[in-house]
Ligand binder design. Structure first.
Ligand code: FAD
Length: 583
């Protein structure tokens, strides 16, 4: 028997992108079905960096951000360290709090800030919120199988629990089905860029990281590390501390021909993790993943839109993947809402790919560059990263694996000895060690773009299109790590702090996702009906309204809004137009 369901939007995949899309659609009162092939939310984390722009989007969604910040289980994390093993001396570190200028810039640029929330906890939270809306029909254990020919889009879905088929008839489909998107494959949408840069196994463990780094649990301050890069050739990987008391992930580089996390059997896994943590731990989950850098050639096929990892996959160096997926659906959903209300607004949908693909391409470049630059730290320490891959390859070759374990051990010891010597040299107290560490510190200072992407998040400017008026002024694309707030057409409306008379603390809080907003400076007669808003309602805010009066001068200056001028802002916070294109 085939059950049929008709809806406005079908979302395939309940990762962070799909769940966020569901919340945005619900906020607009749009009926939708969300199908997820898994029986439950993710059990172990991948992402953890939830950046400022994503927090702004969550705030606009009406999510109580204090609850979200409360999900950060490692609020004092501010260090990234490089060391041979968890128990050996630190050879270099990056302190996220060390640069007062960057910190001041970040604080001034938004009323939100970057935080760390483990992806599985974020998904659980978003799911609970998404389920609270009546217009959301959320089904786990339902796999998207393919399109069925129909005038509207129809997708065939097999319910994995009882194998019954469900046909969903939808006007639009959002493919939020991740890096190996079946929807993109069915549409023959190709991706460009390398498919496999490196292969990793993530081991999620319940472990007390304080004990692991050699302390005990009596009165030791909590270890401030978010990431610990382990360089010993037997370990070669990263510890991501999600919760210093009880959750860390060890991300191990493995040979590219590894096909499953089970290639590491239980005995091998236990031995490896005992060596990493050197203290009690409990393995909770392990998974294999490949680092890629690919962007889909098209983000749209008729009424189907690729969003999140189905459209782009980056190396995690920069923490941009999840955040870009949230940005995608925030960009798209208000446009879908406009077209569902009025099919005449279809040209608006073309702007999704026009705006988001360049962001994905730039984010890919930044992430790849960050990944490459990490190698400079290794070079500074006298290590050659390509040899780590080679070592994995040699040790996993059929020839070596056919040898007795004792012979394998001897060969490995010979191959890794030079690396251990270099690490020992870098750790020694003498002048040679000192010089290596100074060189390493310089290479680490150069990693700013990896850990600070404020410019990329807040200062990216969309090119002119039907929803962004062309300006005669040159577009100013921000650098990755520096943000200079400019209210130019195509940019996110800069945050201006408001006198805290109410819970509205930023001009960003004035924006409404279901409407355009126009900020008007002192025009008695102002005909907002002439503005291009694609049939969307418009909220008119005057700088002399009670709400803004106290901050009028600051807003005028920040937005360069002279007397009689106005600024038109889209529901997603992008400046669509302004009366005098002075910036
Ligand atoms: C180690 C690591 C660390 C990372 N750290 C960060 C970070 O700090 N910050 C950051 O922004 N990003 C980070 N990322 C990237 C981030 O995890 C991804 O970008 C993010 O998960 C993408 O979300 P998504 O919803 O687009 O896709 P996914 O999370 O992959 O979700 C896709 C969903 O679709 C479902 N699905 C697939 N096929 C079907 C089908 N046929 N039918 C129904 N359902 C289907 C899947 O089961 C899955 O639940 C990291 C990644 C890794 C590996």
């Amino acid at each position: 028997m085939v059950a049929t369901r008709t809806t406005d939007v079908l979302i395939v995949g309940a990762g962070p992108t799909g769940l966020c899309a569901s919340l945005l659609l619900s906020q607009q009162g749009i009926a939708h079905v969300l199908i997820e092939r898994g029986e439950d939310v993710l059990q172990a984390p991948a992402a953890h960096v939830i950046n400022t722009r994503t927090m702004e989007i969550f705030a606009q969604l009406g999510l109580p951000v204090e609850e979200l910040y409360g999900l950060n289980r490692h609020p004092n994390a501010h260090k990234i360290s490089w060391l041979a093993t968890l128990q050996s001396p630190v050879l270099g570190e990056f302190d996220l709090l060390a640069n007062p200028q960057s910190l001041a810039q970040m604080m001034a640029s938004s009323n939100q800030h970057t935080t760390n929330i483990s992806q599985h906890m974020l998904e659980q939270y978003l799911l609970e919120k998404a389920r609270s809306f009546e217009c959301a029909d959320i089904r786990y254990g339902a796999r998207w199988l393919g399109f069925v020919d129909d005038a509207m889009l129809v997708s065939a879905v097999a319910q994995s629990s009882d194998q019954a088929n469900l046909h969903v008839h939808a006007k639009y489909l959002l493919a939020a089905d991740g890096a190996s998107s079946a929807v993109a494959k069915a549409l023959n949408i190709r991706r460009t860029g390398p498919e496999a840069i490196a292969t990793f196994i993530n081991f999620s463990c319940a472990v007390d990281i304080n004990k692991a780094v050699g302390g005990d649990d009596t009165g030791q301050p909590v270890n401030p590390n978010l990431l610990l890069w382990l360089l010993d050739p037997d370990l070669m990987g990263t510890v991501i501390v999600h919760d210093p008391k009880q959750l860390s992930v060890f991300m191990k580089l493995v040979s590219d021909d590894t096909t499953s996390a089970d290639d590491y059997d239980d005995k091998e896994t236990q031995a490896l993790l005992s060596k990493v943590f050197g203290t009690d731990f409990q393995l909770q989950h392990k998974s294999l993943w490949r680092m890629t850098a690919q962007v889909a050639e098209r983000f749209r096929h008729q009424h189907v839109f690729l969003v999140g990892d189905s459209a782009h996959r980056f190396p995690p160096t920069g923490g941009l993947g999840l955040n870009t997926g949230v940005g995608d659906v925030h960009n798209l959903v208000w446009k879908l809402a406009a077209c569902l209300r009025d099919p005449q607004q279809q040209p608006l949908l073309e702007t999704y790919e026009q705006e988001r693909r360049p962001i994905a391409l730039r984010s890919t470049d930044v992430s790849v560059n960050n990944n490459r630059k990490m190698e400079e730290v290794l070079f500074a320490l006298g290590l050659d990263p390509s040899k780590a891959q080679l070592l994995q390859k040699i040790m996993s070759s059929a020839l070596i694996r056919a040898m007795p374990k004792s012979a394998q051990k001897r060969i490995r010891a010979i191959l890794v000895a030079p690396v251990r010597r270099r690490l020992a040299l870098a750790a020694e107290d003498g002048s040679q060690g000192q010089a290596i560490r100074e060189r390493t510190a310089k290479a680490i200072d150069d990693q700013e773009e990896h850990f600070n992407t404020i410019g990329l998040q807040l200062g990216s400017v969309y090119e002119p299109n039907v929803a962004i008026r062309a300006s005669t002024e040159q577009m100013r694309q921000a650098e990755v790590s520096t943000y200079d707030p400019v209210a130019c057409i195509g940019a996110r409306l800069p945050h201006v702090a408001l006198t805290p008379a109410t819970d509205v603390t930023s001009t960003l809080d004035l924006l409404d996702y279901s409407r355009y907003t126009v900020l008007v400076n002192g025009l008695a007669e102002f005909d907002h009906h002439k503005l291009q808003t694609f049939g969307q309602a418009i909220k008119v805010l005057r700088l002399d309204d009670d709400l803004l009066l106290a901050d009028r001068k600051t807003i005028e200056a920040a937005y360069e809004l002279g007397a009689g001028e106005w600024l038109l802002v889209r529901p997603d916070g992008i400046i669509a137009d302004r009366s005098a294109a002075t910036v």
